[in-house]
Design a protein around this ligand. Structure first.
Ligand SMILES: C[S@@+](CC[C@H](N)C(=O)[O-])C[C@H]1O[C@@H](n2cnc3c(N)ncnc32)[C@H](O)[C@@H]1O
Length: 254
């Protein structure tokens, strides 16, 4: 299959504004600390942690870790943490689970909308902001948690395309929009635009285990329709690209 995303290069990136504003940074840090505290003390967070700590879910995480001690975290598409509540809550969640679980390693973050102020605040919170727009195409050559809350389908698709082999998929977990919901949407509305931008998302469904979101009224906007996606493939299995070409709106099974 021709690589339909060939030619998309990974571009060096810097924030568009280069202005350093110490006052804005300090306000943002205050907002972040408040947000982290609010989330940490919520029933929602407690329930979310309980879900992560069930034997079933912990077993999936441990399987990805294998003999490694750390699982790095890559955050794509966090959005503007200075402008909106949802990105702040999502980032707070990522920071809190890193603090909670010693097997979660370094956090790398990328979103092309990040400003210099946001980049500096993220670094002060212990994250590394990438200097390259990877277009979501990081290869999971070691255990990796991709934290991609409410991203566009094409970003999940780029990621899956870049990791379209059992060795890589078995080493990653993805937190993001429910792939099951994409599949339901496609079969219900026969939407060919989504099909085209989500071929790998739809194609990976048969190898995925999805742990659905914890429902919360208070934090609904930040976390609705989000799931943990784990992938379970026979290590010997060769994944094909050809089959994905045949997906069409009336075909649910691949
Ligand atoms: C629908 S928004 C979600 C923002 C935030 N997570 C939220 O829930 O409000 C998708 C985000 O993906 C970001 N994005 C677009 N291309 C990206 C890329 N190549 N790498 C990382 N993030 C990207 C956009 O800038 C945007 O902030």
């Amino acid at each position: 299959m021709a690589d339909r995303k060939e030619g998309i290069e990974q571009q060096p990136w810097t924030p568009t504004d280069l202005e350093i504003d110490v006052e804005r940074e300090s306000k943002l840090m205050q907002k972040m600390h408040m947000c982290i505290r609010k989330l940490e003390n919520s029933d929602f967070y407690t329930t979310f942690l309980d879900q992560m700590e069930t034997v079933e879910v912990l077993t999936y995480f441990l399987r990805i870790l294998g003999s490694e001690t750390k699982m790095q975290m890559v955050i794509y598409g966090i959005g503007s943490v200075e402008s909106y509540d949802c990105p702040r809550l999502q980032l707070s969640f990522a920071i809190l689970i890193k603090r909670k679980f010693d097997w979660i390693g370094d956090i790398e973050v990328f979103d092309p909308v990040l400003s210099t102020t946001e980049t500096n605040a993220l670094e002060a919170l212990g994250c590394t902001v990438l200097k390259v727009n990877e277009q979501g195409r990081r290869q999971a050559v070691k255990p990796t948690m991709f934290f991609m809350p409410h991203c566009e389908a094409v970003l999940y698709d780029n990621l899956l395309h870049a990791n379209w082999r059992s060795e890589n998929l078995n080493q990653m977990v993805l937190f993001g929009n429910s792939f099951e919901k994409y599949e339901q949407y496609v079969s219900e509305f026969k939407n060919s635009v989504i099909v085209d931008s989500a071929r790998f998302v739809l194609g990976v469904r048969r190898f995925s285990v999805e742990i659905v979101d914890v429902v919360s009224d208070e934090f609904f906007r930040a976390f609705h329709d989000s799931s943990w996606h784990f992938f379970k493939l026979d290590p010997q299995m060769e994944l094909e690209f050809e089959n994905l070409k045949t997906i069409n709106c009336s075909t649910k099974e691949m």
